[in-house]
Design a protein around this ligand. Sequence first.
Ligand code: ADP
Ligand code: MG
Ligand code: ZN
Length: 497
Amino acid sequence: MEYEPVIGLEVHVQLSTKSKMFCSCGADYQSAEPNTRVCPICLALPGVLPVVNRVAVESAIKIGLALNCKIAEITKFDRKNYPYPDLMKGYQISQFDVPICYDGWMTVQPEGEPEIRIGITRVHMEEDVARLLHIESANGNSRHTLMDINRAGVPLMEVVSEPDIQSPAQAEAYILKLQSIIRYLGVGTASMEEGSFRVDANVSVRPRGSDELRERVEVKNMNRVRAVVRALEYEIDRQPGVWDSGGRVALETRGWDDVAGVTVVQRSKEEAHDYRYFPEPDIPPLEIGRAWVEEIRSSLPEFADERRARFKNEYGLGEYDASLLTASRATADYFEAVVVARELSDGDRAAFAKEAANWVNGELARLLNAPEGPSRIDQTRIKPEQLAALVALFQARTISNANARQVLEEMWSSGADPDTVVEERGLLKVSGADELLPVIREAIHNNPKAVDDFIGGKETAVRFLVGQVMKATRGRADAGVAAELLTQSLEEVKAAR
Ligand code: ADP
Ligand code: MG
Ligand code: ZN
């Protein structure tokens, strides 16, 4: 029998709010010493009262609106009860039957495939649990577990998709787009490696073309997008054999073993918890005013997909450049600031934008990737107007390629204006015959062998002599003009012999 995969993703997104979900402790749990971001509320001492973080609610609404969800008029919190060492209070404050956002969708388009729409079931708010660190002694004889309560109470959004995803490639595209949306909104870091974006993948298979939903497994423990893809591929490969041999796929939670490349059973759903949800008695229902929702809607940024399309249309950029530039909102903002820094006509703007894209994606990216100096484009000392000025100098062929790169490096370390650097270092390109001819005569005088070669018919000798002229002018000569003048002079020498 032929099978097709059915996939639904549950993603936990940690928010980078200042304070935690229900108390005023700092939410930056990773930058602090363990167990220093703690108070009676997130420590769950008796008699405390949680208070909802307004920014977290606003972030949830932003995510919901970005995912085309409806926003509940009244929402509420519920207690999800279960015992686990990382949950001191024995319950997690979450949302059960009335999530803040529901009924949305997102389009994704894996490379070379048609665009599809994936339903978003819900986005709900909850709090993170404490972090457990399992330590094993060097000789493996003793094992113990440390607990860091800093993370307990950090706001967490769960984004649940409909089982509309039909392939690992679509799942990957969904994850990348959701990460991009979270980062463009600036509400979280959305890093799988850092644990601020945790994906649980539900996957089943069914006879191709049917619309039944068969038993699924839920795969956890994947800390890279690549791991999700591999885990899904593994299950899509494994499950058909179970059905074909007359068995049933067991409804269970499996963990991904990245080294062995397999999923392993963690627990069956038979042993699944009964969470005994009930309304959180300490938090009154939240009324989400429509005016607030509309205000948030109008503040949403232009997301990567639209921006990429606009960069292609408005600036005539290619897919590759536009994708690189919109990979982060900061890069896209920076690039756009470079382009608008010059008031240009439509035609000139496209040529300028293409050149600006080359500098942002090329030399500037190289400097940002280097170990020294800032690694974020919004932290570089080079202001967009300054890069625009450099690009204009380069485009007008006022300075050579190699010298423009040097100027950029100087701008990078000192924050100086390109004009100042060019002037101080005397880097203005030399293209006038009065200045170039003496240098050319000298090159001809000093390199009789090359001259003989030229006269003997070896035209590449010109290139060697241009090199000598460049050297003598410390890279300032206009290579094209120098080559022209050299050829003329050599022809004269030839004629005179
Ligand atoms: P639970 O609360 O047990 O996690 P849900 O009904 O909320 O179960 O579903 C969780 C996720 O599983 C959703 O993303 C949903 O799309 C997905 N899902 C549900 N049924 C299937 C199925 N048969 N195959 C694959 N994914 C599924
Ligand atoms: Mg689940
Ligand atoms: Zn606290």
